[in-house]
Every structure is written in structure tokens, then in C-alpha cells.
Design a protein around this ligand. Sequence first.
Ligand SMILES: Cc1cc2nc3c(=O)[nH]c(=O)nc-3n(C[C@H](O)[C@H](O)[C@H](O)COP(=O)(O)OP(=O)(O)OC[C@H]3O[C@@H](n4cnc5c(N)ncnc54)[C@H](O)[C@@H]3O)c2cc1C
Length: 391
Amino acid sequence: MPADVVIVGGGGVGSSVAYHLTARPDFSGKVVVVERDPSYATASTALSAGGVRQQFSTPENIRLSLYGAHFIRDIGRLLEVEGDRPDINFIEGGYLFLASASGAPVLEANHALQKREGADNTLLDPTALKTRFPWLAIDGLALGSLGLSMEGWFDPYGLLQALKRKARAQGVTYVTDTAVGLERSGERISAVTLASGERIAGRWIVNAAGPHAGKLAAMAGLDLPVVPRKRFVYVFDCREKLAPRVPLLIDPSGVWVRTEGAGYIGGISPPEDQDPDCEDLEISYDLWEDIVWPTLAERIPAFEAVKLQRAWAGHYDYNTLDQNGIIGAHPDVPNFLLANGFSGHGIQQAPATGRAIAELICVGRFTTIDLTRFGYERIRRGEPLTELNVV
Ligand SMILES: Cc1cc2nc3c(=O)[nH]c(=O)nc-3n(C[C@H](O)[C@H](O)[C@H](O)COP(=O)(O)OP(=O)(O)OC[C@H]3O[C@@H](n4cnc5c(N)ncnc54)[C@H](O)[C@@H]3O)c2cc1C
């Protein structure tokens, strides 16, 4: 089965590439998406917390996520199929980054950059924090940064399904199979071979394999530092009803929490030395007992009386160099396009990443957000593009 573009991985990123490509009037080729598991039971997208924010320290991340927020706001119109308008429950509840005295200058510098880039957020001193959020313990806090609009959370699985449905309506073919090989001769990958024995030839091959992107690249003899790293999300109820709603709050310790329906979800990313590459999805309840819950109860005293309802685990598509996306052609194999390594912020950046890959295929360069710095070259040079606000 020949195609113009073969996308390996039909999660949020792969489906966004498929949608953006086929939405362009200057593209008329055939697009095939190879997805091994259409239930998406273990896909990063389906297990994501679905947050979108502009509170980053890297201009490209702010721009990528701002496009994501606009896209999500307008999703009903953009991804309508036969009069059916998707609704992915975008709640613009804001992110609230909290800083101690040592972290305050960074928060201030980030805030200035975010405002220049068009983000809508405000700095709050401890008194203003307490006035706005009476349930918050302000001990040890020097500053907070609160998103006022275009930040919050949405249904990530809903976004994936809406992108996929629209991509299909625009002529994209989804094939249920596993890519097991990439046929490479010199500077080109000519085909993807599948577990079924089939082979799909393509002019462009897109790596959208999420946490397994490193493994896919290795099939062409290429090194890509993207691995699965496990993250837990704890779902809990609190007897006391907190008003106003808890935004996506990030404590200086790294523990995060937000409102989810009538309850809450929260978690923490472990330190690098306790964060092995990991294939399983077994849940650690010790992390909840020993770190997440006690930290939350200090920051929001009402959380001393909570009931853990359940928890889930998912894999970040973790870029071990700098936890930022790797977007663009592989320099050794220019028809192999990378859309990988977003770590904890990939679903909000899926819309802009899909648009960027479509620009590379149709125009040969980025025409909206210049993502040159997100290219593979930094990986080769071993020069991280450090993002200070990783969650
Ligand atoms: C717990 C958790 C919380 C998160 N919270 C947020 C958040 O708040 N905000 C945010 O923006 N991001 C968040 N993320 C990150 C975000 O979910 C990911 O960055 C994003 O979903 C990656 O999308 P993807 O399409 O690249 O990967 P995936 O959704 O994993 O899709 C990749 C697909 O490729 C398929 N595949 C892989 N290998 C092959 C192969 N060889 N052949 C065929 N198919 C293959 C897989 O089956 C999979 O469906 C979170 C992630 C987790 C785990």
C-alpha cells in the first residue's frame, strides 16, 4: 500500500499531524496512520491529565501551547464532522505556580516573558494569594503566578478522538498494525514494515510513536533519546468543599493538584535519579502516602481529611536530554520527521506540532512558529534547551 505520508502512532500527536496535513488546500496526497492499539489503553494521550498552560520559560513552548489553547477553544468549529461538533470540556481554571523566596525571581522573569508572548496571567503576593484563595496556606511562599484565561484542562482522549474523526473525514486511512521495521537506504526511509507482514511505502515517514519514539527511530539505526517514564495520578475527594475552585496548583516542592469534577487529582514527578525508564503501569501508593498527600495537606489544610478514590499510571514520552519536544526532520534522514519527546506537556502541544509537521511537508520550512531550536541538532550537540517549568 503506497502513501505519500506514513505516520507511525495515531495518538494525539499523530492524529494532529494527519488532520493538519489534510486540512491544507496545498496538500492532496495520501496519508496512512499506523496505530497498533485503537483502544489507546496505554497511550500517553489517553492517560494524560489534559492540562494546557502558557506558564513556560521557553518562548517556543509558550507559542506552541497558546496555539493549543486557541485550537481547543475553537474545537467545535474546527473539527466538526457532518454537523457533529466535538466538545472536550475545556475548563479555563488556570495554573497557579507557587514560589518560595528563592524561586520568586524566576517566576517574575517567566511572567515578563509570558506576557510579552501574549499569555494572560498575573503575579500575586502572599496577601493577594490568601485573599483570592482562602483555603491556601501561604507559609514559605513569596509569590504566585496565576493564569487568568487560556489555561486549564480538557479531555485529552476527547481531543484525540475528535482529531482522528476529522482526519478520517478528510480522507486519512488508519491501519491497525504494529510498525516493526523501517526500510532505510542511506539518507532515506522508503517504507514501514508491519507485524502483519505488510509494507507501506511512503515519501515521508512521521515518528509519532509517543513514549516508544526512541524504539521506532532505532529501527532505522537512529538514536533518539525518548523513553517511557512512569507518572501517577491520584484521584481523591475532600469532605470540605473549597471555594473558589482549586486551579492547577504547583507547589514549590513540585507536587501538583487540581479540581477534577467534584473531587481532585494530584501527583508529582520524581527526581531524575529515582525516575527509571519503565514499561509497566503498576501504581505506587507509597508515593501518595509519603509525599503527595502530606505535602498537599500542608499547602491546603482542608486536604488533611481526604479520601483516595483511585489512581492511574501513564508514561511520559520523556526526552532525557531536556524534556522538550523534538520537532523536525532527522538531519541524517531528511524524510523522517520527528514529533516526539514532549514529556509532560505533549497533548497541549499536539495541535501546534501537527501544524508544524504539515508545514515542513508542504512548504519545506516552519511558516507559523519557528521551531528550529526544537530540532534534532541540539540532541546531536548534546546541548539541552532547558525549560524551567517542567511538571
Ligand atoms: C500521567 C500523565 C499526565 C500528563 N499530563 C499532561 C498534561 O497535563 N498536559 C500535557 O500537555 N501533556 C500531559 N502529558 C503528556 C502527554 O500526554 C503526551 O506528551 C502526549 O499525549 C503524547 O502524545 P503522542 O501522540 O505523542 O503519544 P501517545 O498518545 O502515546 O500515542 C502514540 C501512539 O503510538 C502507538 N505506537 C507506538 N509504537 C508503535 C508502533 N511501533 N507501531 C504502531 N503504533 C505504535 C501507540 O500505540 C500510541 O497510541 C501527560 C502524560 C501522562 C502519562
